[in-house]
Ligand binder design. Structure first.
Ligand SMILES: Nc1ncnc2c1ncn2[C@@H]1O[C@H](COP(=O)(O)OP(=O)(O)OP(=O)(O)O)[C@@H](O)[C@H]1O
Ligand SMILES: CC(=O)N[C@H]1[C@@H]2OC[C@@H](O2)[C@@H](O)[C@@H]1O[C@H](C)C(=O)O
Length: 364
């Protein structure tokens, strides 16, 4: 291939919110990555139901799991096929995390890169997390590598992604990087809204805006073990899934729906801002991405709690806020494919720098 010929990558991301599959078509040319197209494909009702089941049950039949693994992979293949008519050189497949137990050196993503490669007749990079874990890392977060590639010039800067789980990358003026998951982003809010209002999420934070925050219970919730752990650290449903939501509901049974959702929203804002105040020494720009950016009540609380930080739209850097993680995986996968480093060990606690991702070549 001519050295300056464009190389097209599809990055996939389906995160802890289980709201669908994000796809970014990314062009790599002259050492630059550019998003050409982006789409979110909602899971079908039956796939969504099965995914919810698999992430919430502790025991499950192996046949159910295996069939779901293939069904999810077929869904990804079909979604990519319908997403673009552009010839694709590489798919970078993040998989769907269904369990994350870093203390046991265990993280499990649904999705089979080999099947995806055969179905799409395209090379696939997948399984980004396991090698990092084997080297003593948390297996997450991995996007900080991309943050450092794209945003080191504007340091001091914090990149905050508010998905189901919220995570932060901080790059200091002297280019030191720290990164970790701060705790719940939308995960607890979504669970409450789904349980109490039969809606998917609190659109624009409107329910939370009508509630009052019980600061005593908020302080109690902030004593959760995870918030006190040292960094680097990562989390997921094991910490903030069904068990935590049950605990939350028990402690707030006297409260109105709006007050409960306001409290869950404030828990996210408080845990994010306390983590930033504790670990990010010098305020600078803060660039927010992920679906939580659309929750105005959550964002207003962050603006109030972080007055010294300069909130800057990620769109100023040519990236739409919903597309960032899919773009990031496109970049991680492409780097693996061309044999270049795509890993920052201090973000995960790994003991060495690696090139993360397993590669399935498409064949002729
Ligand atoms: N208009 C909106 N108002 C409020 N919240 C919204 C809105 N749009 C999206 N969200 C929230 O954002 C969530 C999706 O965010 P996102 O796609 O970034 O998460 P994810 O990638 O699944 O999670 P993670 O980054 O933890 O893997 C939705 O489930 C919802 O809670
Ligand atoms: C194990 C896992 O899938 N972790 C996700 C999750 O979603 C957000 C947060 O928790 C982050 O640690 C990670 O995803 C991002 C994309 C990452 O690896 O950087």
């Amino acid at each position: 291939m001519a050295q300056n010929a464009p190389f097209y990558i599809v990055g996939t991301m389906s995160g802890t919110s289980l709201d669908g599959l994000d796809l970014a078509l990314v062009r790599y040319q002259q050492q630059r990555y550019e998003i050409i197209d982006f789409s979110t494909v909602e899971f079908s009702e039956s796939l969504h139901g099965d995914l919810c089941k698999v992430v919430s049950e502790t025991q499950m039949a192996i046949d159910f799991f295996m069939k779901l693994n293939t069904a999810y992979t077929r869904f990804v293949a079909k979604s990519i096929d319908e997403f673009t008519s552009q010839h694709i050189d590489l798919i970078s497949f993040s998989g769907q995390t269904i369990r994350h137990l870093p203390q046991h050196c265990a993280t499990l993503q649904l999705g089979c890169g080999g099947i995806l490669s055969s179905l799409t007749k395209t090379s696939v990079v997948c399984d980004f997390r396991s090698q990092d874990m084997g080297a003593g890392g948390q297996g997450a977060p991995l996007v900080p590598f991309v943050d450092s590639l794209l945003f080191a010039d504007v340091a001091p800067v914090a990149l905050l992604n508010i998905g189901g789980i919220a995570n932060i990358t901080y790059i200091s003026a002297d280019q030191q990087l720290i990164a970790f998951d701060t705790g719940p982003g939308n995960m607890v809010i979504n669970a409450l809204v789904q349980k109490l209002c039969n809606r998917k999420y609190d659109a624009n934070g409107e329910l939370a805006a009508q509630g009052k925050i019980d600061t005593t219970i908020l302080q109690r919730l902030l004593t959760h073990r995870y918030f006190g752990l040292p960094i680097p650290k990562s989390t997921g449903r094991a910490d903030f899934g069904a068990n935590f939501v049950d605990y939350f509901l028990e402690n707030t049974s006297h409260m109105s729906v709006e007050d409960r959702i306001a409290l869950a929203t404030e828990l996210s804002a408080a845990s994010i801002s306390e983590a930033i105040n504790e670990h990010c020494p010098k305020p600078g720009k803060i660039i927010v991405s992920g679906g939580g950016k659309h929750n105005e009540t959550l964002m207003n609380s962050l603006y109030n709690r972080l007055p010294l930080w300069q909130f800057t739209p990620i769109n100023d850097y040519g990236i739409t806020e919903d597309a960032k993680e899919a773009l990031a995986f496109a970049i991680l996968g492409h780097r693996a494919y061309i044999g270049r480093n795509n890993h920052i060990p201090q973000a995960t606690g790994a003991d060495r720098e690696l090139i993360l991702g397993a590669i399935y070549h498409a064949g002729k």
